[in-house]
Design a protein around this ligand. Structure first.
Ligand code: GLY
Length: 370
């Protein structure tokens, strides 16, 4: 089962191929982009140990040689230091403008390698080969690249679209269940933000998909990527509509900061809880039905996912402190917090007029239950 989603950006259009077994065919897909038969692959040690030989074989079938840089796994790798490591390595390899860099890993590697490609020689092309569910449905598509600094996450980066995305869904079979479900948080986000029928479909098919149903996985990735591609095509640099993709993220970033970006809360877990809180806030403001937040939580619960603040291990700061952490988010415009709220499942919108007292109240309520 193979699917292709076309990202129709003028002058920078590309395809996202989705399906099992794409690593074995990587050479056939990448060869037409190459001026000479070699690629530089940036990966992490975990992904490289599991899958680099499959990628090597897939490229070798088409006579393409690859060199690999395997970095330590984890969010800390999205740093100035590892960016420099990537750039020095690529320069040592004498990568040229016409060459291709391959980002082979999850969201961290995609963002870092994509940013390195964006600034190397003032921009070389790159191919995303995402290996986590989160990267397949979200971060590998749309061209956001970057690193974290001591000031916060993703504050230094560039929009640099990949030339091709190869999402091999068979690779998802090697993910730890917790990582798979964290990525599923981003899948749910798509249903919640813009497609109620997709959310219905997830309610029906989510459990099978988590159990390993291959066609259901392909379908979930396809529908997520289709929605993201359409939004990115209309608003590449997030002047408006693209911000919808941040549903749940304002709460999520505060929770990630409060838990020290640690194992206590994975990004996708924070997105899932953040979506539930965003619906709670929308219901409190009278924007959506009171039942909607419960329906969101019921699905997360059925999937065995974190859905409430009480599902986060250890103590959390109080509501005021959490709101202060939101203030450090990129989504602050003229000092105003920007929330993505919803008029119902599948009907998200960007709201700037949110009363801080409502945010505090929603958080206090959630903390009281924890
Ligand atoms: N992950 C949000 C975006 O790509 O805009």
């Amino acid at each position: 089962m193979r699917e292709i989603v076309h990202v129709d950006l003028p002058g920078r259009a590309y395809d996202v191929h989705i399906g099992p077994g794409l690593l074995a065919e990587a050479g056939a897909h990448i060869a037409p982009l190459l001026r000479r038969p070699r690629v530089a692959v940036i990966s992490d040690e975990t992904v490289a140990a599991l899958h680099v030989e499959s990628l090597r074989a897939g490229l070798a079938r088409d006579g393409i040689e690859m060199k690999v840089l395997a970095l330590p796994p984890g969010e800390a790798t999205k740093s100035w230091q590892q960016l420099q490591t990537c750039l020095d390595w690529l320069l040592d390899l004498q990568v040229e403008r016409g060459d291709i860099v391959v980002a082979f890993g999850g969201g961290v590697i995609g963002d870092l390698a994509g940013f390195a490609a964006a600034i190397l020689l003032r921009g070389v092309r790159f191919v995303q080969v995402p290996t986590s569910l989160l990267a397949q449905v979200d971060s590998s598509v749309g061209g956001k690249t970057g690193i974290n600094t001591r000031h916060g996450k993703n504050l230094v980066g560039a929009f640099h679209q990949p030339s091709l995305v190869l999402a091999d869904t068979a690779v998802l079979g090697t993910l730890e269940p917790r990582d798979f479900l964290a990525g599923y948080g981003e899948v749910v986000k798509y249903g919640l933000l813009g497609d109620a029928s997709f959310f219905d479909w997830l309610e029906e098919n989510g459990p099978a998909l988590a159990q390993g149903d291959g066609p259901a996985r392909v379908e979930a990735v396809r529908r997520s990527v289709r929605m993201k591609a359409d939004i990115v095509t209309r608003d590449e640099t997030e002047q408006g509509e693209r911000a919808l993709l941040n549903l749940g993220h304002t709460f999520c970033h505060a929770l990630e900061a409060a838990t020290g970006y640690s194992d206590r809360l994975l990004h996708g877990e924070g997105v899932a809880i953040g979506c539930a809180l965003a619906f709670g806030l929308s219901a409190r403001m009278g924007l959506c039905a009171q039942e909607d937040p419960s329906r969101v939580r019921a699905h997360l619960h059925e999937m065995g996912m974190k859905k409430d603040l009480r599902d986060i291990a250890g103590a959390l700061p109080d509501a005021q402190a959490l709101v202060a952490l939101m203030g450090q988010d990129k989504k602050v415009v003229d000092g105003q917090l920007r929330f993505i709220l919803a008029r119902g499942i599948g009907q998200a919108f960007v709201a700037s007029e949110v009363d801080g007292a409502d945010v505090v109240a929603v958080l206090e309520e959630a903390l009281a239950l924890s």
